[in-house]
Design a binder for this molecule. Sequence first.
Ligand code: DGL
Length: 277
Amino acid sequence: MPVSNDAPAKGGDPRPIGVFDSGIGGLTVVSALRRLLPHESIYYLGDTARVPYGGKSASTVQRYSLEVASLLLRENAKTVVVACNTASALALSTLEGQLPVTLTGVIRPGAQAATAVTRNGHIGVIGTRATIKSGAYERALIALNPDVRVVARACPLLVPLIEEGWLESEVTDKVLMQYLEPMIADGIDTLVLGCTHYPLLRPAISRLLGDAVTLVDSAENCATAVRALLQEHALGASAEGAGGLHVALTDAPDAFLRVANEALQLDVGEIQLRTLI
Ligand code: DGL
């Protein structure tokens, strides 16, 4: 579909960047966007009524993603960021085919960063079951460099541990090592954190893996891709703009919002509740 949400650069485009995730984890992407693009307004929608997406089928994730992204367009989003790895893996091309705005997912930016930093061409990817089953990271990595060797692993126990706030805990360390040891033994030198939640475990993973493995955070790289897209399509806000963050959820927030807020030091303000249909 043609991109119709482009706006002239003069004076900047004050419309919000729409960001969505299956829940609250996508605030890791919001945090990276706020740091990189402080003058932009962000409208974040977390589908907390239907989280998690990570164990659902492709057709369900596509339907949910279309509903959530459509609400962002009704909020006048100038571009949409699919902050959820599972939705990026399973629904980005569906959204691109049906929505009249530019879209940025997290898979390609993460893959680009990983191929740029790997020294031995051996890259590990961790994510939800649905993300890993889709093979989206492997395809993106191999499209960028056919010589890379990719080992991917679903880590379904990590999201509940993170949502519980167990970011630095013996139990989390044990689970992480159970997942990561085979990849390390396999010789990866780069690990893609392919789930919205995983940047919150970055300190623990760095501590466990040390300097030998470079961590690629899909949130940071997604924010860099959004900045490039805004420039390319003349969609950036004015440098005088104050920017801001508006957070809406499809169900009442739970304890994970506090965990994410504390870890990311984000000021989410008052949460709005939205229904999708
Ligand atoms: N947001 C999801 C992702 O990045 C993780 C949580 C879920 O399973 O919905 O894959």
